[in-house]
Structure formats: C-alpha cells, structure tokens
Design a binder for this molecule. Structure first.
Ligand code: KG4
Ligand code: ZN
Length: 339
C-alpha cells in the first residue's frame, strides 16, 4: 500500500498547531505555537484573543509543518482539522483555513473530534496498540472514561458531572496563587509538598459509579483556605497542592482500574493535558501493574493540545472513507461518537 500522509490542523483552544502524520503512526512534523504567555496576564484563555492569534499564526504554522517534513501539498492525501469541541471562534479559524486549503488543492477534507484526537495520541509511540482498550481522557474541558471499541468507535462509561479535572487544577491553582496555566504549576509544587497533609473529600457520584465530580473538591480547597486565613494560620502552598492533586488522582485511578476490571480490559490509555501530570502517571502505573493491566501514556508533548494527534485520528477516518464536505462547521459542544 502507498504511504498516506495527513496534514492536520488544531486550533480548538489556545494552541495553533499543524502536523504531518504518515500512515497514522509516524509523526513527520509537529508544530505548536502556544499562546499561553498572551493569556497568562488574564488568568485564563480569552476566546477573542485566541481567535485573533490563530488567524495571525495559522499560515506560518502550516507552512512550517510542511517544511519540517520536507513535503509539499503534492505529497498530502488528506487535510484533517479539529471541528469540535472547543471555543467556537478558535475552531472556526482552523476549519475555515482547512476548507480553503482543501478547496484550493483538491485534497480531501476530514473533520476530526478533538477528544478522539487525544485518545489517538497513544498510537504515536505505541505502534502495537490497537482497539479495543479503555481510555481515561482528562483535559481542561473533559473528563471521560471511554471504551475504545474500534478505530472511531467509542462508548462513554463515565464523565464528569461538573468541572473537568483540568479545570479543577486550574481553579485551585488560581486560589493558591500559582496562576495560569494551573495544572503544570500544581504538578511542580506538589513535588515539594506532603500529599497526606490535608484530607480533601474524594467525590463520589452515587447513581453512576464511573462518573466524576470535582466541584466539591474545589470548594473544599477554597473552604480550607478561607478557614486557615480566618484562624491566622499559615498556608503551606505545596501541601495544599499535593493534597488536592492526590484527591484528584486517587479518584481517577480508582474509577479507571475498577472499570478496566469490570469490563475485562487489559490495556488502559491516558489522554489529554492532565495525562501529563506526574502524580497521575505514577499512581496509575502502580495501580495498573498491580492489577495486570498495561498502561499507555503519551509523552507530555502529545498529551496537551497538538495537531499530530489530529493527524492520527484523521488517518483512521481517511482509511474508513470518511470525508467532510465544505459545509463542515465548528461545533463547540460536539459529542464523542457524533460525526
Ligand atoms: O488537553 P489540553 O491541552 O486542552 C484541552 O483540550 O482542554 O488540556 C489542558 C488542561 C489544562 O487544564 C491544564 O491545566 C491541564 O490540562 N494540565 C495539567 C498538566 N499539564 C496540563 N494538569 C495537571 N498536571 C499537569 N502536568
Ligand atoms: Zn485538548
């Protein structure tokens, strides 16, 4: 079979990214322009600023992806683009750009689900990984426990009822003065803290054992901080961070291992920005190996938003014959499994 090269574009949040992926597993280039510095002063992503910066950067980023791979449009078989979920204005930049490129070059267009991309990031460094397996998707906007039944076929076993795991990291980081982006900062200071210092509640959702809830934990951290302040006690930021991180990680690990056992999965994959959390990676590795489960974790660069993962997902859609037409639109609340 001839090689299939996918040019992928990702602009759902605050990373303008393009990549080229060969045969679904080999990343020929992976260009990420991160806007983090621009948004840091506001304490979070400002959607309008994100869209404008995507417009400024997208051309350069796509050009660089082609150059780094040493390819031209003549070598590209499909143009994959994230069309949801995400910020509507940000998504629209990638979608419009990809549609124009497809129209101008006659290369087929493939709309990709962002979360499917996160899951597919696991295929890049694990050439033997194939469905079925179970995935825990933990990002800034999503917390899903997913049965990956086949390429492009998913069943959600559990989801968050309120805040996503990454959102909880970001909110707690702000409350303890670490600022944005919160997840990596909490991860870093947690290494100096005692995770047993404060016992925060581990949220359970009674009517659905695999669902998650993180807003109660966030409130517990805020209450702890307020009470400590009222009593004039010193707050040890590293201890709060480590104890909070432990509470999140324990729930993620417990649910994942329990679901893997119940559904008989021997392979589990982590996905999404929070999957780069060192505490989660260690605890999940330990729990999986105790239970005879193999754990897959993409390198941190493929956990946070990137276009390589979109190229992988795009490849599997491409070989199934799935194509999008020029009516492809940004769908900010696209559900996993919808096409
Ligand atoms: O997947 P992602 O890049 O974007 C979304 O699709 O949302 O995830 C971003 C989220 C943010 O909430 C960020 O704080 C979190 O992932 N994150 C982390 C770490 N690195 C990124 N959370 C905990 N520990 C980390 N090391
Ligand atoms: Zn993401």
């Amino acid at each position: 079979m001839d090689d299939i090269c996918i040019l992928a574009i990702e602009s759902s949040c605050d990373e303008t990214a393009a990549a080229i992926v060969k045969n679904g597993r080999e990343v020929l280039s992976n260009v990420i322009y991160s806007q983090i510095d621009l948004h840091t002063v506001y304490g979070g992503v400002v959607p309008e600023i994100a869209s404008r910066k995507h417009i400024e950067k997208i051309n350069q980023v796509v050009d660089k992806a082609l150059k780094d791979a040493g390819l031209t449009f003549n070598d590209i078989d499909g143009i994959a683009v994230t069309y949801g979920p995400g910020l509507v204005g940000a998504l629209l930049v990638g979608v419009s750009f990809a549609k124009s490129l497809s129209f101008a070059t006659d290369i087929p267009l493939i709309g990709v689900h962002h979360i499917e991309g996160h899951i597919c990031a696991n295929y890049i460094e694990n050439k033997d990984l194939k469905p079925p397996f179970m995935a825990l998707v933990v990002s800034g906007g999503h917390t899903h426990l997913v049965k990956v039944k086949d390429y492009g076929e998913y069943e959600i076993l559990g989801r968050t009822r309120d805040d996503a795991a990454g959102e909880a990291f970001d909110k707690v980081a702000r409350a303890i003065g670490l600022g944005y982006p919160g997840g990596p900062k909490v991860d870093k200071v947690s290494k100096e803290g005692n995770p047993e210092a404060i016992v925060f509640p581990k949220a359970k959702v009674n009517d659905s054992i695999y669902d998650f809830s993180f807003s109660g934990l966030k409130s517990a951290v805020l209450n702890y901080l307020n009470q400590a302040e009222m009593k004039g006690e010193t707050i040890v930021v590293a201890d709060v961070a480590a104890s909070f991180q432990k509470a999140v990680v324990d729930v993620l690990v417990d649910h994942t291992v329990a679901a893997a056992k119940e559904y008989g999965f021997k392979e589990v994959a982590l996905a999404g920005g929070v999957a780069s959390n060192s505490g989660l990676r260690e605890a999940m590795e330990e729990a999986c190996s105790k239970n005879g489960v193999t754990l897959y974790r993409p390198s941190p660069i493929f956990c946070t938003d990137n276009a390589a993962m979109i190229g992988v997902a795009g490849y599997y859609e491409y070989i199934k014959g799935n194509r999008s037409d020029y009516h492809l639109n940004a769908v900010p609340n696209l559900k996993l499994g919808d096409r």
